[in-house]
Ligand binder design. Structure first.
Ligand SMILES: [Zn+2]
Length: 147
């Protein structure tokens, strides 16, 4: 096996792991593997793709997406106020904050291309907020259904 083949196989292995683990940093949906033909001289390349956003997307750890989404929604962060306050600027803000969070985690040594070095503790504040919200939703539902 030559070095290029070895490199391509390692890259494909890494992409397969990411497609099973990561989500789109803009919309939070799962990713897929796609074979792209750049031109007739270059070999077809496998890339990660978000079918929902219809674009190439390397993906992000789902825990980071959840954290970024929570941060943007809870603190009403809009990094693109000139473009309005809408779903597009919300998604762009989440993607941006998720990038910052990933960058910090990588630089602190908690994250690499294979994912978290130490498993994140998601039993903390963010999940608790979700459970409280779910209970509230259940109560609202129960009240709606009560005669
Ligand atoms: Zn997406």
């Amino acid at each position: 096996m030559n070095r290029m083949q070895n490199h391509n196989e390692k890259r494909l292995e890494m992409l397969k792991k990411r497609v099973n683990r990561c989500v789109c940093k803009s919309c939070g949906n799962t990713l897929s593997l796609r074979q792209l033909d750049y031109n007739e001289f270059e070999d077809a390349r496998i890339e990660l793709f978000c079918d929902h956003c219809d674009r190439l997307e390397f993906g992000i750890e789902p825990e980071i997406y959840t954290s970024a989404q929570y941060y943007v929604d809870e603190f009403r962060v809009n990094l693109f106020p000139d473009l309005g306050n809408n779903q597009v600027t919300r998604r762009m803000s989440i993607a941006n904050i998720a990038d910052v969070m990933s960058w910090a985690l990588q630089n602190l040594g908690y994250l690499n291309k294979e994912g978290f070095v130490v498993a994140p503790d998601m039993e903390g504040k963010i999940l608790r907020e979700c459970i409280v919200f779910d209970d509230q939703m259940m109560n609202d539902l129960e009240q709606e259904l009560m005669p």
